[in-house]
Write a protein that binds this ligand. Sequence first.
Ligand code: ATR
Length: 288
Amino acid sequence: MDYQITGHTKLTGLLGSPVAHSISPLMHNESFRHLGLDYVYLCFDVGEENLKTAVEGLKTLGVRGFNCTMPDKTRMCELADRLSPAARMIGAVNTVVNDDGILTGHNTDGVGYMMALKEAGVDVIGKKMTLLGAGGASSAIAVQAALDGVAEIRIFNRKTRSWARGEHLVEEINRNTDCKASLYDLEDLSMLKASLDSSQILTNGTSVGMEPHPEGCLIPDASMLHEGLVVSDIIYNPRETRLMELGREAGCRVLNGLYLLLFQGAEAFRIWTGCEMPVDVIKEKYFR
Ligand code: ATR
C-alpha cells in the first residue's frame, strides 16, 4: 500500500542505549503499514543522563508515545505523570502513552509474557510458578502473573544487589494480589528442587544463558526437572538455551523468549493506537 509521511503522522519510538539493533521499529512500522495507520516508529539512543530532557522534548513535540529499554526503564518511572498499577508495583516502565500532555507509564513485559504463554496454550492460572531472578524482567513477569491469577510464585535469586529488590517485589505482590509470593536463595538447591517438584512452570527471568555465554544455566542438571513442568526462558538469543536443552532432556515442554518480545510490543501497539497488532503477519515476517 502507498504510504506517505504527512503533517498528521503520529510519532512513536524507542528510547534506550544501545537501540540500533532493536527489532521494535520493524514490527511496529510493518504493523502500522499493514493496518493503514498514520504512525511511524523511530529509535533514539538516549542514556539515563539525557532521559529527562528527551522526555520533556517528546512531550513538547506531542508524540503519541514511546518504549523505554535499558538503561531507562527505572528512571522513566519517576518521569511519568501517572503509572499503571503494574508499572508502579514493578518499579519500571517500558511503554509511555501521551494523552494530551499527560504521560502514563505502563509495563508491557509481564503482559507480553502472559500473552506468550496463552499463545503457546500454556495455562498457569491458579497454578504454581518457580521464577529465576528478581531483576527488571523477572519483576514484570512476577507482578503480571500474580495479577492474572497465578496462585503461588517462588522467586530464586542470588543474595546480591537484586536481593533487596526481590524482597520488595514479594511484599508488593503479597500486599496487592491474592498470589502467595516468596523469595529464596538461588544457592539453596534442595529448596529449588522442592519448589520445582510442586510447580507447573519454571521461568528463567535472568540473562544467564544469553549470547555471548550460551553455556550458562542456573539449573545444574535435568534431574532437577520433571516431565509435567513447562520450562520457559525469556532469552531468545540463542533460540534454544542450555536450560531449554535440559528441559527437553527431562521431557518438558519448552519455550523461548521470542513471543514475549512480540507480545510486549503488541500490547504497547494497542495502548498507542487502540488497534490490535497483526501478530500473525509480524510472526511470519520477523519471528521465524
Ligand atoms: P533485566 O532488566 O534484564 O531483568 P536486571 O534488572 O539487571 O536485568 O536483572 C538481572 C537478573 O539476572 C537479576 O536477578 C540478576 O541477579 P544478580 O542481581 O544477583 O546479578 C540475575 N543474574 C544475572 N547474572 C546472574 C548470574 N550469573 N547468576 C545468577 N543470577 C544472575
